[in-house]
Design a protein around this ligand. Structure first.
Ligand code: EPU
Length: 359
């Protein structure tokens, strides 16, 4: 067995000389949780990605692609395969004939850096998504969204490396099958696709999206009439700061659960029981309900802790690691919440955070 492992290690290191072995993943996640990666490799160029995929294929070991580690819960046992951290850099701004701008961003760029640059250039489209942690390559996976905007509203095209065909391919926004916190990249049909670059279409003349309750209230409280892109960014950063813990101080992966989308019938039963509950009608038959409200007002979970895991005091949808929480503790805490919500409301909620490795 020992011989077998070291032979495998030798082959992997031959194929990927810069790979490291037995690398703790906790420092690479915003939860600060997770055991070791058997192999760990940083992709700085698109070709590195190709080599990593080839190596994993040759050795028949599983591959996991890591971005900023801000939406994952890595098992305490770590990942028994090759973890590839994407650090491919590059941003290219292309003026279009219609005066709009297409920006092509490599997967390893920080999302919020792209937002800040877009606003410096006075381009509309991503300002409401200010302050979201993580990389460009991770953004389409869950179709990041906040304050009335989603990535899909500005996304033009995604370049992927297809593990099956071993080719780089382009996917239109339609082909990505975006929905609320959903995309092809989370589904079986997209499991062979690794995002290498994303193109966004930004507008030189856009409209501010300020209907979201928190923004609307801020504007009226501060009597703001003439808004600019940088003002809106600062307002959103301020609102976020009030609700989310500082990632430098507290371990977290942001919202842990998705807001459930209910059919009208199920929703009507719920609203009859809890008439004060806020809700968002998506279309004639579907209504999205806020888990944060349920966790706060029905389950009374705000600020509740168990060991080193807790529901954040200002936003209970955000689970936090207050010290040395293990992945198992977080998972157990989350499961308890899922059961609690089911018992009190009849609704099934799902994790938004991706679980990595064996639990
Ligand atoms: N609420 C409470 N009590 C609380 C917190 C919130 O009653 O302690 C109520 C609010 O009053 C509001 C509702 O719950 O009516 C929703 O709260 P909020 O506006 O804070 O948004 P959310 O649905 O909890 C979503 C995203 C966040 C995003 C915010 C802002 C999901 C799963 N989460 O949260 O995204 O920043 O909206 O747009 O959709 C993330 O995905 O990691 C994330 C942080």
């Amino acid at each position: 067995m020992v011989h077998y492992i070291s032979a495998m290690q030798d082959r992997l290191l031959q194929l990927l000389p810069e790979a490291k072995t037995n690398v703790p993943l906790a420092p690479y996640t915003t939860f600060h949780i997770g055991g070791p990666a058997r192999y760990f490799f940083i992709a700085r160029q698109k070709e590195d990605l190709v080599h990593a995929v080839e190596a994993a294929k040759k050795l028949h070991i599983p591959l996991f692609i890591l971005g900023g580690g801000s939406n994952v819960l890595v098992s305490d046992k770590g990942f028994n395969g090759l973890v590839v951290k994407i650090e491919i850099q590059g941003i290219d701004w292309k003026q279009q004939k219609d005066e709009n701008v297409r920006v092509c961003v490599c997967a390893g760029e920080q999302w919020d850096h792209v937002v800040a640059l877009s606003i410096e250039k006075n381009l509309f489209g991503v300002e409401n998504l200010s302050g979201i942690p993580g990389t460009m390559g991770a953004a389409p996976v869950q179709n990041i969204g906040a304050y009335g905007a989603e990535l899909k509203d500005t996304l033009d095209e995604v370049e992927v490396f297809n593990k099956k065909t071993t080719q780089f391919e382009k996917l239109s926004a339609d082909a990505c099958k975006f929905h609320y916190r959903e995309s092809i990249f989370k589904k079986k049909e997209g499991e062979s696709l690794i995002i290498s670059e994303v193109s966004l279409l930004l507008k030189t003349n856009g409209q501010f999206r300020v209907q979201y309750k928190d923004i609307d209230r801020y504007l009226s409280d501060h009597q703001i009439k003439n808004l600019s892109l940088s003002m809106l960014r600062n307002i959103i950063l301020e609102i976020r700061q009030r609700k989310f813990p500082d990632l430098r101080e507290v371990g977290t992966a942001g919202s842990f659960f998705k807001n459930p989308i209910l059919r009208k019938k199920e929703f009507q039963k719920l609203i009859a029981k809890f008439p004060e509950m806020p809700f968002y009608e998506l279309d004639q038959d579907r209504v999205k309900v806020p888990v944060a409200w349920i966790l706060d007002r029905i389950c009374r979970l705000k600020g509740k802790t168990k060991g080193s895991v807790g529901a954040y005091e200002r936003q209970p949808l955000v689970l936090i690691n207050t010290g040395n929480a293990t992945a198992n503790e977080v998972k157990e805490f989350a499961y308890e919440i899922i059961r609690n919500v089911k018992e009190k409301t009849g609704i099934s909620i799902e994790s938004e955070v991706q679980l990595v490795g064996k639990f």
